[in-house]
Ligand binder design. Structure first.
Ligand SMILES: [Cu+2]
Length: 227
């Protein structure tokens, strides 16, 4: 139904113990490779933790796909889902969890700006200018790209907005209002959109059914079931 990949990470002896028993409980001991050191050692040891991989997009220049594959994955608490973009061309996608309906968003960001503000194209002389809509009362509207759609973004339960670096690796508590991967491009093609990434990984700590979508293609949806 879906593929699982073993990813090597360096963890402490304490975490290995935790992972070891969690793995036994999950009944998937055969999938885990454990390399442990003596109980008195404090140096890092290596173990392998399961992650589930999901493709965001796919296809080629003739027919880029706007799907998540697999569309639904089932994991256990403490497991990680990693999304990547296998498309042959630079078609971006986002992995966006709108956990509070009020946090639904768009890539287009209309912002008020003083109508005396002057904008300069960069590099100077290049063929671009802002989309500016004349307004009243000394304010125009400028249309910008929404940073909360473009950048990896978390809005926590208190409404605080935090941005993460591209290729973020986030552990979800389950009470966030909004979690967005930022723009995910095929590896090597992220330079087309400076600040974008090519992967997003999230660890799920709270059981539940989590629906997500791509903000760039809102009909592109997926589900993570955490048991
Ligand atoms: Cu998409």
């Amino acid at each position: 139904m879906f593929t699982r990949k073993l990813v090597s990470v360096v963890v402490s002896v304490t975490l290995i113990t935790t992972t070891f028993f969690a793995t036994i409980n999950s009944g998937s001991i055969l999938n885990a490779t454990l390399i442990t050191q003596g109980p008195t050692s404090t140096s890092p040891s290596e173990t392998e933790i399961e992650t589930v991989e999901v493709a965001a997009g796919g296809g080629n220049a003739t027919a880029p796909w706007t799907i998540f594959l697999p569309q639904e994955v089932r994991i256990k608490t403490g497991e990680t889902v990693t999304w990547y973009n296998p498309t042959e061309v630079g078609e971006p996608h986002t992995i966006s969890f709108v956990l509070d309906n009020n946090t639904m968003t768009d890539i287009v960001s209309p912002l008020g700006v003083s109508n005396t503000t002057e904008f300069t194209a960069l590099p100077p002389g290049s063929n671009n200018e802002p989309l500016l809509i004349p307004g009243e009362d000394g304010t125009n509207t400028i249309i910008a790209v929404n940073a909360r759609a473009f950048n990896p973004t978390i809005i926590d339960s208190q409404g605080t907005v935090n941005f993460m670096s591209p290729n973020a690796n986030y552990t979800m508590t389950g009470d966030e209002k909004y979690i967005n991967s930022g723009w995910i491009l095929p590896k090597g093609l992220e330079e087309e959109y400076p600040g974008s990434g090519n992967t997003f990984a999230m660890t799920f700590e709270k059981p539940g059914t989590y629906d997500y979508l791509c903000i760039l293609h809102p009909w592109q949806t997926g589900t993570v079931v955490v048991e």
